[in-house]
Design a protein around this ligand. Structure first.
Ligand SMILES: NC(=O)c1ccc[n+]([C@@H]2O[C@H](COP(=O)([O-])OP(=O)(O)OC[C@H]3O[C@@H](n4cnc5c(N)ncnc54)[C@H](OP(=O)(O)O)[C@@H]3O)[C@@H](O)[C@H]2O)c1
Length: 447
C-alpha cells in the first residue's frame, strides 16, 4: 500500500497556504463564489490531489466572520484560563540565584553581528516543566539559520534564545511532573518555540527529556538529541525502516552529524546494506559508524553508476541537500519500487521564504504523485523535526546503552561570547557554518 505520511510542517505548507488564501478570498468577497451545476455548495480544489472542501453558499460572509471571531475569542479565553491555572513560577529559590548568563538576539542577521550574552532572570517554569542547570549544549545548523532570519514563519520568536540540545542537572520540577526528579542528570531537545540551551538554566517540558544513559558523557548527551531524533524519525517513522527487514539504505552525507546517526540506526535495525556518500578523508569514519560502502560525493555520476549496476535502495535519506540531481538520480530507478525518499533539507539548503515555501509545496505534491504512479507506490518526504519527545529519546538511549549508537563530538567550546560567535573560523558557529564539521559542536556551559 502507498504510504501518505504527513508528519511534518513542510508537507502541510502548500495545502494549508492554499486553504488560507482561498478562505481569505472567500471571506473578503460579499458573496461566496458560486459553482455552476451544484446547488448550495462550492467546491474548491486545494491541490493537484483530489481533495476538496464544501463551503455553504447561502450565508453572508459577515455572519461567518462573526462566528470565526467568536470561536477565536472562545479559544483565547480557554487558553488564558489554562495558563491561569498553570501560572509560571520563578526558579530563583530552587537554583539559589536570580540571574543567569544567557545567549540571545533581538534582531535577525549574521551570527557575529546580532548575538549577545547578558545577565537575565533565571527561567520561570510551569507545572509540566523542569528547570535544568545546563552542563553542555550543542549547536546545530538550524540555530544559525534561525539567527539569520531564514524562517519567516517563526519571525515572531524575537527576542530569541538559541540552542535546542542540552544535558544538565534538574534543579526544579513542576507540580505535574511525575517521571523526572530534582538531581536527575538529563538530556533532550527543546521544541522550536522554547529553545535557549545556550544559557546557564533552561526551563523545558518534562515530556522531551530523559535521564542520561549510564556511561554516556555529558558532552555526548548534549550532542545527541536533535540529530538522533531527526534521523530516527526520518528513517523509522517516515522512511519505514524496520528491525530485521534487511532493507537497503542510502545515506547522502554520512559524515554529517545527522548522517552519522543514520548510519548507526540503519545498522542497529539490521539493514542489509548501508551505503553513504562522503569525502574520501571521511571514509574510515563513516565505515566505523556502520557504512558498508562509502562513495565520494564529488563524483558526478554516482547515480548513473548505480543505475548501470542495477543498484537500488529501499530508503534514500538525504541530509545534505546536494541539488536537484539527487532527486532526479533517485527517481530514475535508484529508489526501489515502494521505497521511501526522505530529505531533511529539500533539494538545496536555502532561506525559507514564501517563494521557497510554494516551490517546496509544489515539489512535495508532484514528487509524491510521481513516486506513487511511476515508482510502484514509493514515497517522497521533506521531513522537519520540530522538537523531541521522551518516548523516542528512550528508544535512542536504549541503543546507546546497547552500544549501537554514539554521538560523535567534533569540537567543544567555552561558554563565552567570543568562543560562540566570533568571526574567526575557529569559533563555534563559524566552524559549523563552514559546513565541514565531522560530528557535533558542543559548548561547555558549566565548564
Ligand atoms: N529538517 C530537519 O528537521 C533537520 C534536522 C537537522 C538538520 N537539518 C539540516 O540538515 C543539514 C545537515 O545538518 P547536520 O547537522 O547533519 O550538518 P553538519 O554536520 O554540519 O554537516 C557537515 C558535513 O556534511 C558533509 N557534506 C557537506 N556537503 C556534502 C555533500 N554534498 N555530500 C556529502 N556530504 C556532504 C561535510 O563533509 P565535507 O567536509 O567532506 O564536505 C561535513 O562532514 C543542515 O542543512 C541542517 O539544517 C534539518
Amino acid at each position: 500500500m502507498p504510504r501518505w505520511t504527513v508528519h511534518n510542517l513542510d508537507e502541510y505548507c502548500m495545502p494549508l497556504g492554499t486553504t488560507v488564501h482561498l478562505l481569505a478570498q472567500w471571506l473578503s468577497s460579499s458573496r461566496p463564489p458560486s459553482s455552476p451545476g451544484r446547488k448550495g455548495n462550492t467546491s474548491l480544489l486545494l491541490t493537484p490531489l483530489p481533495v476538496s472542501i464544501a463551503l455553504p453558499q447561502d450565508r453572508s460572509a459577515i455572519r461567518d466572520m462573526g462566528r470565526i471571531a467568536a470561536l477565536l475569542a472562545a479559544c483565547a479565553v480557554a487558553i488564558g484560563y489554562f495558563f491561569h491555572l498553570n501560572q509560571a513560577q520563578s526558579s530563583a529559590a530552587a537554583v539559589g540565584k536570580s540571574t543567569m548568563r544567557a545567549v540571545h538576539h533581538a534582531e535577525y542577521g549574521a551570527v557575529s553581528d546580532v548575538l549577545r550574552m547578558s545577565d537575565m532572570p533565571v527561567p520561570t517554569y510551569r507545572s509540566w516543566e523542569v528547570v535544568v542547570e545546563v552542563n553542555d549544549a550543542s549547536i546545530n545548523p538550524v540555530d544559525y539559520k534561525i539567527i539569520q532570519g531564514a524562517f519567516f514563519l517563526i519571525d515572531f520568536l524575537l527576542p530569541h534564545r538559541p540552542g535546542f540540545d542540552f544535558s544538565g542537572i534538574v534543579r526544579a520540577v513542576g507540580k505535574d511532573c511525575a517521571r523526572i526528579r530534582v538531581g536527575d542528570v538529563v538530556h533532550g531537545m527543546a521544541w522550536v518555540h522554547k529553545t535557549g540551551s545556550l544559557a546557564e538554566y533552561l526551563a523545558v517540558d518534562e515530556s522531551v527529556i530523559n535521564v542520561v544513559p549510564e556511561g554516556m558523557s555529558s558532552q555526548e548527551a548534549a550532542a545527541m538529541p536533535l540529530v538522533a531524533h531527526t534521523s530516527f524519525s526520518s528513517l523509522v517513522t517516515v522512511g519505514g525502516l524496520r528491525r530485521g527487514s534487511h532493507q537497503k539504505v542510502l545515506v547522502l552525507g554520512g559524515s554529517s552529524a545527522t548522517g552519522m546517526m543514520a548510519l548507526q540506526i540503519s545498522k542497529a535495525y539490521g539493514a542489509a546494506s548501508v551505503v553513504t556518500t562522503c569525502s574520501p578523508h571521511n571514509e574510515a569514519l563513516v565505515k566505523s559508524l556502520g557504512a558498508d560502502k562509502a562513495l565520494n560525493y564529488r563524483d558526478q555520476d554516482i547515480f548513473e553508476r548505480m543505475r548501470a549496476t542495477g543498484t537500488s535502495f529501499d530508503i534514500i535519506y538525504d541530509t545534505v541537500g546536494a541539488g536537484l540531481s539527487v532527486w532526479e538520480g533517485a527517481a530514475s530507478g535508484v529508489l526501489a519500487p515502494g521505497g521511501q525518499f526522505v530529505t531533511i533539507t529539500g533539494d538545496v539548503q536555502r532561506t525559507l521564504d514564501l517563494q521557497d515555501l510554494l516551490t517546496r509545496g509544489y515539489q512535495i505534491v508532484t514528487r509524491k504523485l510521481y513516486c506513487l504512479l511511476a515508482l510502484g507506490g514509493a514515497g517522497y518526504h521533506q521531513y522537519t523535526q520540530p522538537g523531541g519527545n521522551a518516548a523516542e529519546l528512550a528508544v535512542l538511549d536504549r541503543l546507546v546503552e546497547e552500544g549501537a549508537l554514539k554521538a560523535v563530538v567534533d569540537r567543544s567550546y567555552e561558554f563565552s561570547l567570543e568562543q560562540i560567535q566570533s568571526r574567526g573560523r575557529t569559533h563555534s558557529f563559524a566552524y559549523l557554518q563552514a559546513g565541514h564539521a565531522r560530528g557535533k559542536v558542543v559548548v561547555r556551559v558549566r565548564g
